[in-house]
Design a protein around this ligand. Structure first.
Ligand code: GTP
Ligand code: MG
Length: 445
């Protein structure tokens, strides 16, 4: 590898703050610390106060805290320095401008610090993705999952499977060498069950109902029902603010209106939709089409009906009432006298969007359903489509290996399986996927 440039970037958020952190990585990091502070580089990993000055004019830039992490035991695996500055705009600009004028230094590209960490073997690709997810995490479940991934739980699992596939490949290749002789019985006998066992293990991991991907991407919930039953009122009650327009006119909501909730630590996209009925105009017709599309793709549905009319048939709603993932909600409970309310089916959710009755129980049920869909158990789950595709590719190759007519073809399929698994953690031909992954990063990470 040719001598790398030293990169620098503001690692903390943009805008005025108490502290701003500028990070430098590369061979010149230690030299920069000495140049700006006018002192020998500080002791490794010990915070040291220093006055930073422009090297050309001697003008003071800031009273800062310096951290020095000599490579290779740093985040990037290279010499790394952090300047903890006062977070004022002029301080940050003065320091960045000064760094930009120094020879061998340049601003970092998005994700470049983590890319260097990967290049130096400090992280595998799943761990690097864990870093992105942790930065993006907005809920508790997302944080937990990202931390586990960053800690290497997924990487270890996939690397283990890759090692198993390579072990099988070695055995298959041994079989090729024995082609003219009697194959040692244990070699031949052991291979098929071992491949089958690996297939089963990977398939069990894939059959997780997309729990991990849901934690990252969120769970979608659609509110559907006839016009005027109180869908928008329910959305507002659940969101605890007036998001959607409520009116006594049937057909008020035309478009899909979405709010984000945090339920059981998982982001939930709750969508209010147009009431389902025979549309009276073109716009309503389009709204109803969107409502149905949303209901079809949602992970969960709140099917809303009016409590006083719960026994009336609603043909438009019939298929949704019994569909898996549907929670039937009887709204406007406040319109019923107590004894009438007592006659309602107890298994349905009885609420009043107007006075809040029953909303808490509905939220609790939604939380249980969301937790089931996006359970964050101790077991690592598939968190990205990229991983899912690699695992599926490996399973296809392993299954082909089971049916291979010759030892040579079997070996080739096992090699493909190992490569598909290796690509997930970045062990083989990774170049083409690297750019894609690191592009998701922000500058300074
Ligand atoms: N008494 C009572 N009235 C309610 C309740 N929820 C909603 N309403 C009233 O029912 C009417 C319709 O409410 P919306 O929330 O606009 O109903 P919607 O289902 O969104 O209607 P569309 O958007 O037209 O499909 C309004 O007058 C609300 O004030 C409730 O729990 N109790
Ligand atoms: Mg509405």
């Amino acid at each position: 590898m040719s001598e790398r440039e030293t990169i620098f970037a503001l690692a903390s958020g943009a805008g005025r703050a108490a502290i701003a952190v500028v990070r430098l990585s590369g061979p010149g990091a230690g030299w920069v610390l000495e140049l700006l502070s006018g002192k020998r580089r500080p002791q490794p990993r010990v915070a040291t106060v220093a006055t930073l000055c422009r090297p050309d004019t001697g003008e003071r830039l800031d009273q800062a805290l310096l951290l020095w992490f000599p490579g290779p035991a740093s985040y990037t695996g290279e010499d790394l320095a952090e300047l903890h500055l006062h977070g004022g705009r002029a301080v940050i600009e003065g320091v960045l401008e000064t760094l930009g004028r120094l020879p061998g230094l340049r601003p970092a590209a998005p994700g470049e610090f983590t890319r260097r960490a990967f290049d130096h073997g400090r992280l595998d690709l799943t761990e690097a993705e864990g870093v992105i997810d942790l930065i993006d995490a907005e809920t508790e479940a997302q944080r937990r999952q990202a931390l586990a991934q960053l800690g290497g739980s997924l990487g270890r699992l996939y690397d283990g499977w890759r090692a198993a596939a390579i072990g099988l490949l070695a055995r298959a290749e041994a079989a090729i060498d024995f082609v003219d002789e009697a194959l040692p019985a244990d070699l031949e006998a052991g291979l098929t069950p071992a491949i089958t066992a690996l297939v089963e293990e990977i398939e069990a991991h894939l059959a997780d109902g997309r729990r991990g991907e849901r934690v990252r991407a969120g769970v979608s919930v659609a509110i559907i029902g006839a016009p005027n039953v109180g869908k928008s009122s329910l959305l507002n009650a659940l969101a605890r603010r007036e998001v959607a327009i409520v009116s006594s006119r049937a057909g008020t909501t035309r478009d899909v209106i979405e709010v984000t909730l945090d339920l059981a630590g998982v982001p939930v996209y709750l969508a209010d939709t147009a009431g389902l009925r025979q549309a009276v105009d073109e716009i309503e017709d389009e709204g109803i089409r969107r409502a149905i599309a949303r209901a079809e793709t949602a992970d969960l549905r709140l099917v809303v009906r009016e409590a006083p009319r719960w026994h009336e048939a609603e043909p438009e709603l019939a298929p949704w009432l019994t569909a898996p993932g549907s929670l039937v909600v009887l709204n406007k409970l406040d319109l019923l006298a107590e004894e009438e309310a007592g006659e309602l089916p107890q298994e349905l959710f009885r609420v009043s969007a107007r006075n809040g009755q029953g909303i808490e129980a509905l939220v609790a049920a939604m939380e249980r359903a969301v937790a089931e869909l996006a359970a964050v158990t101790g077991i690592p789950a598939v968190t990205r489509l990229r991983h899912r595709q690699g695992l599926e590719e490996a399973v296809v190759a392993l299954k082909r290996a089971l049916a291979s007519p010759t030892a040579e073809l079997q070996a080739e399929d096992l090699r493909l399986a190992a490569r598909a698994l290796g690509r997930i953690t970045g062990r083989v031909d990774v170049e083409e996927i690297l750019d894609l992954i690191f592009r998701e990063f922000c500058i300074g990470k």
